[in-house]
Design a protein around this ligand. Structure first.
Ligand SMILES: Nc1nc2c(c(=O)[nH]1)N[C@H]1C(S)=C(S)[C@@H](COP(=O)(O)OP(=O)(O)OC[C@H]3O[C@@H](n4cnc5c(N)ncnc54)[C@H](O)[C@@H]3O)O[C@H]1N2
Ligand code: MOO
Length: 401
């Protein structure tokens, strides 16, 4: 293990995620119904089962014409109709065809004229002047112009969002091969913690990290979240909870108990379960004492510092990208955005600074009192990531909650 505490530590947030990505065990795959696949990660690339479009089709409501019809100053006889959902007319050797958006353009026609560029009667039309400038192929979507049968539509690792689902449906994937959900356990540690509904003495605290992590994970279709657990600061109790969680999880997340205090037992519990410590401390603020280990089976154990801002930032910066890695998801780079009124102060650490996004889409620092300041956390939309000794307007990588 490198020493991330050393002033010239090569550890960066991205580097720390990469180290873990290469050690964790990917989830296996399963076949599920397309209507249950939203938000899941595709595990096998999806190919087109037919050309798109399947034939030459009209992009407009109008009339299918031959090029020589454009020069005809008189009326053109309408001898048939092509509608979506109906086989196209055959043998329209004379005359033109009334056509509707999405209908097949019979092969003898060269272009489609929009109906507003014609004067129409029940059985014939005449062309307005604008129509006469039409070119070969106008308003025709050619067979296979989007993709040919057998070509890859969606790569393995694609997030099945609404756009990807549209393509999957179009190409007939009523069942789809996705990565299994990542099973996550969250264990919050601390003698001082009480559940939200309980009364609290001055030496006690309501657990907010449990609800924070639950809020980040509960609605994710690619995650199976076990009920959040609380445990007191006792090594045997933490060890027992960790072993129970490892029996049913791909990821175990702790909050609290990772620092230097006499009652910070998470590092010892992680070592006792045989986990390989990958890092303990990354040069960042907040959240420096963060810990990560992997088991022999490639499960991840992540120890987030107990301070609420540190826990939230650590979960967003490390846990969420790693959940994607568990599923071989295509990497999604967060955007970089400018910082308004950048303060001149710098830190010799990676600085993850709470920001609010203004109406221009720029970041504004949310003033706060440090990693215990839940009020500042609640006022933020996310945080920007500044490298050691960096200052100025950026743009800086932005992590949204
Ligand atoms: N001697 C040193 N002390 C500390 C160091 C250090 O380097 N040397 N690092 C500090 C930093 S930075 C952080 S961050 C904290 C992290 O410590 P722990 O992970 O051990 O967290 P705890 O001590 O258990 O708790 C810290 C703080 O957060 C509150 N907390 C804990 N859990 C929750 C929860 N679920 N919901 C709300 N609040 C929670 C806890 O009551 C404490 O106030 O260590 C510093 N110390
Ligand atoms: O790194 Mo700690 O998270 O500053 O309070």
């Amino acid at each position: 293990m490198n020493d991330p505490n050393h002033p010239t530590s090569p550890w960066t947030p991205a580097g720390a995620v990469r180290q873990l990505r290469d050690k964790i065990q990917r989830t296996s795959s399963e076949r599920i119904r397309l209507d249950q696949a939203t938000g899941r990660i595709l595990s096998t690339s999806l190919t087109a089962d037919r050309d798109s479009p399947a034939a030459d089709v009209s992009a407009m409501d109008g009339y299918a014409l031959r090029m020589q019809d454009l020069a005809n100053p008189g009326s053109l006889d309408v001898c048939g109709e092509s509608r979506p959902g109906h086989a196209p007319p055959s043998g329209s050797s004379q005359g033109i065809v009334r056509i509707f958006t999405g209908a097949i353009v019979p092969s003898e026609f060269d272009c489609v004229i929009r109906r507003e560029e014609t004067k129409e009667s029940a059985t014939s039309i005449t062309l307005r002047d604008s129509a006469r400038r039409a070119k070969h192929g106008d308003n025709i979507r050619r067979q296979a112009e989007n993709i040919s049968s057998g070509e890859v539509v969606l790569e393995a690792g694609t997030l099945l969002n609404a756009a990807a689902i549209a393509a999957a449906a179009n190409f007939g994937a009523s069942q789809i091969e996705v990565q299994k959900q990542v099973r996550v356990s969250v264990i919050v540690t601390g003698d001082e913690l009480q559940p939200v509904g309980q009364s609290v003495t001055p030496w006690q605290l309501r657990d907010s990290n449990g609800p924070t992590l639950q809020a980040m994970l509960i609605h994710r279709p690619d995650v199976h979240l076990h009920p959040v657990q609380r445990v007191i600061d006792s090594l045997p109790n933490i060890q027992t909870k960790l072993n129970q969680a490892l029996a049913i999880s791909d990821v175990v997340v702790f909050t609290g108990g990772v620092s230097m205090g006499d009652y910070d037992h998470v590092p010892a519990a992680v070592l006792a379960c045989g986990g390989e410590l990958v890092f303990h401390r990354v040069p960042l603020r907040p959240g420096k004492p963060i810990l990560a280990a992997v088991t022999k089976q490639g499960q991840l154990i992540l120890g987030l510092p107990g301070n609420p801002v540190s826990a939230a930032v650590g979960a967003r910066r490390f846990l969420l990208p790693l959940l994607a890695c568990f599923q071989g998801a295509v990497e999604r780079h967060p955007p970089a955005i400018p910082l308004v009124d950048p303060p001149s102060k710098t830190l010799p650490l990676w600085w993850l600074r709470l920001v609010k996004i203004d109406s221009q889409g720029n970041a504004n620092i949310v003033p706060g009192k440090g990693s215990g300041d839940l009020v500042a956390l609640a006022a933020s939309d996310g945080f920007i990531e500044q490298p050691p000794e960096a200052s100025g307007p950026g743009p800086w990588t932005y992590w949204e909650w």
